[in-house]
Write a protein that binds this ligand. Structure first.
Ligand SMILES: [Zn+2]
Length: 260
């Protein structure tokens, strides 16, 4: 390839990657959308944990043994705080999540409007935790997730899986469904155990629901808003569009490159 055509090739690749990056959408769990009842001026939402943890099987090896001397309780508290911080530290989103421990308050009661994290046997042996978000219309046109309890299974589990599960379930409480087409998303299905980092879609979804207007530039927020959540035909359609509009020039560039 000549310098010109290889430049075109890489520019096209970069544009393709950029558009692909911005077209795999986040998924909202409720339609119409609902989020936690937090605002720019009151950004805090607290979860109450019952103080109970499942038995962890990898304390000696997880993160180089840094959890080796900790009780299951202390290890669980650390992971809970990590999961909350992961969502609280996204630039551009105002939401701030925290967790406190109170066995007398935490309960899997879906109408008490307390965001609880409790230990209990779950139906499925394969799931370490599940969330049960409840959306309510408090004022017309404004839906909030008024309750969301996370039930953690009593079965033995690894810390590596738990940190992912807690971050993922907290994502449901924030208003997100499963990102079927994006495996880099924490709301997708396939993750390496121990990896609880948010994907680009998770961050975009968070900024969409909990947008801090003081942050960043308007163009980024427009891009986030334009994605507009819910997975369906639209997401499939947008991928086809990417292939047609950008795939053809890419092919043409490649052919030209070969001819030269
Ligand atoms: Zn899930």
């Amino acid at each position: 390839m000549t310098t010109n055509s290889s430049m075109r090739f890489y520019t096209t690749l970069a544009v393709l990657a950029f558009v692909e990056f911005f077209t795999s959408g986040f998924v909202l769990i409720f339609q119409p959308e609902a989020g936690l009842p937090a605002t720019l001026v009151a950004p805090n939402v607290n979860f109450v944990w019952d103080g109970k943890a499942p038995p962890f099987s990898d304390k000696e090896t997880f993160r180089g043994g840094t959890f080796a001397d900790q009780s299951d309780h202390d290890a669980m508290l650390k992971l809970l705080n990590e999961a909350m911080a992961t969502w609280s530290n996204v630039p551009g989103s105002f939401i701030k999540l925290s967790v406190t421990e109170d066995a007398g308050v935490a309960s899997a009661n879906r109408t008490d409007r307390i965001y609880s994290i409790v230990l209990a046997p779950t139906h499925s042996a394969s799931s370490a935790a599940y969330a049960s978000p409840v959306a309510e219309t408090l004022t017309p046109g404004h839906r909030v997730i008024s309750d969301c309890d996370i039930t953690v299974n009593t079965a033995k589990v690894t810390l590596a899986f738990m940190v992912y599960a807690l971050t993922h379930e907290t994502g449901h409480c924030l208003g997100f469904g499963h990102a079927h087409d994006n495996y880099r998303s924490i709301m997708g299905y396939s993750r390496t155990p121990g990896d609880a980092k948010l994907g680009a879609d998770d961050k975009a979804g968070l900024i969409y629901l909990y947008d801090d207007p003081a942050y960043g530039d308007g163009k980024v927020r427009e891009a986030v808003a334009a994605k507009c959540g819910v997975l369906g035909e639209g997401v499939v359609g947008s991928h086809v569009w990417v292939l047609v509009v950008l795939g053809l020039p890419l092919l043409a560039t490649l052919r030209r490159g070969r001819a030269q």
